[in-house]
Design a protein around this ligand. Structure first.
Ligand SMILES: [Fe+2]
Ligand SMILES: [Fe+2]
Length: 286
């Protein structure tokens, strides 16, 4: 892929979104702490996305951020993109988004992912393809002197890189620090988790984790990497939709799991003519 296209533009400046931007500004000009709803990998699963957004609306979150892969695998790519657009949700470009809009080709996709990617390309409207093409590869949120977090899809510098464990995040710690951040939120693996340079923390349903809690006074803060799991195709054995709430005031990350009609989503996959495996895996959460 080409070099990353980072974005730190004010909310609402959609016309400029996606242009190469240095990580030099502050996000939305707001310096105060915020509570963010962090969603990732909706993958065209409209039932799951609606269920998650309903819970977000009922929460006290100030803003929602999407870590990418809005489309691919499931049957409602246009509807999911349009929900993002209607709500003006800052969204990072995922590898499936990049393939769907033609930024990249599906080299390396397995046959099932490839079939879904090609189906998605055909299904998307021109307008929604254009929206996908303008998504940035990363975005920094919060004040310049101490950002709330970096948002990425795979790794901070590559949407295709999987970060499953602490050894995967180590090469990216310095980069996150260089952006005056000590937190990176990412997706792509579809498995929730919290990673730092000395280990992995598991997060359970409704569990809360205080980021940076154990930093000794005067010591350099650890850099944390948090994956909120997948909205539309969880793969951690829990079939419920997954997302996170990140409170930058208290430093608390909360993992939330959401029941939705898997049956309806699976039926849409079959009706669309997509591979049956994509319907079956929704029930398994794998
Ligand atoms: Fe994904
Ligand atoms: Fe991905």
């Amino acid at each position: 892929m080409l070099g990353p296209r980072w974005c730190c533009l004010p909310k609402g400046e959609k016309a400029r979104r996606g242009r190469t931007a240095r990580l030099s500004g502050t996000d939305v000009g707001r310096q105060e702490a915020l509570k963010y709803a962090i969603i990732s990998d909706p993958h065209a699963n409209l039932e799951a996305l609606k269920a998650v957004l309903k819970l977000v609306d009922d929460s006290d979150a100030d803003r929602t951020v999407c870590l990418g892969d809005v489309v691919g695998y499931n049957a409602n790519p246009n509807e999911c993109v349009e929900l993002m657009r209607e709500r003006d949700i800052p969204t990072i470009c995922g590898n499936h988004d990049a393939v769907a809009c033609g930024i990249t080709e599906p080299w390396g996709f397995n046959p099932i992912a490839l079939a879904a990617a090609l189906w998605t390309r055909e299904a998307l409207t021109d307008d929604n393809i254009e929206w996908l093409r303008l998504l940035p590869d990363g975005r920094r949120f919060g004040p310049e002197e101490h950002g709330h977090f970096l948002a990425a899809h795979g790794s901070p510098l590559d949407r295709d890189t999987y970060m499953f464990g602490w050894e995967d995040v180590i090469p990216h710690i310095d980069y996150v620090r260089e952006q005056n951040c000590d937190l990176c939120l990412f997706g792509h693996t579809h498995c929730p988790g919290i990673f730092t340079d000395d280990g992995v923390y598991t997060v359970d349903d409704d569990s809360r984790f205080v980021v940076g809690e154990d930093a000794a006074e005067g010591a350099r803060a650890k850099v944390f990497f948090i994956n909120p799991g997948s909205v539309g195709q969880p793969r951690d054995g829990d079939a419920r939709a997954s997302f996170g709430l990140m409170d930058t005031q208290s430093g608390v990350f909360e993992l939330v799991r959401v029941d939705y009609s898997i049956k309806d989503a699976a039926e849409r996959v079959i009706e669309a003519g997509l591979p049956h495996f994509l319907a079956d895996r929704l029930y398994l959460g794998r």
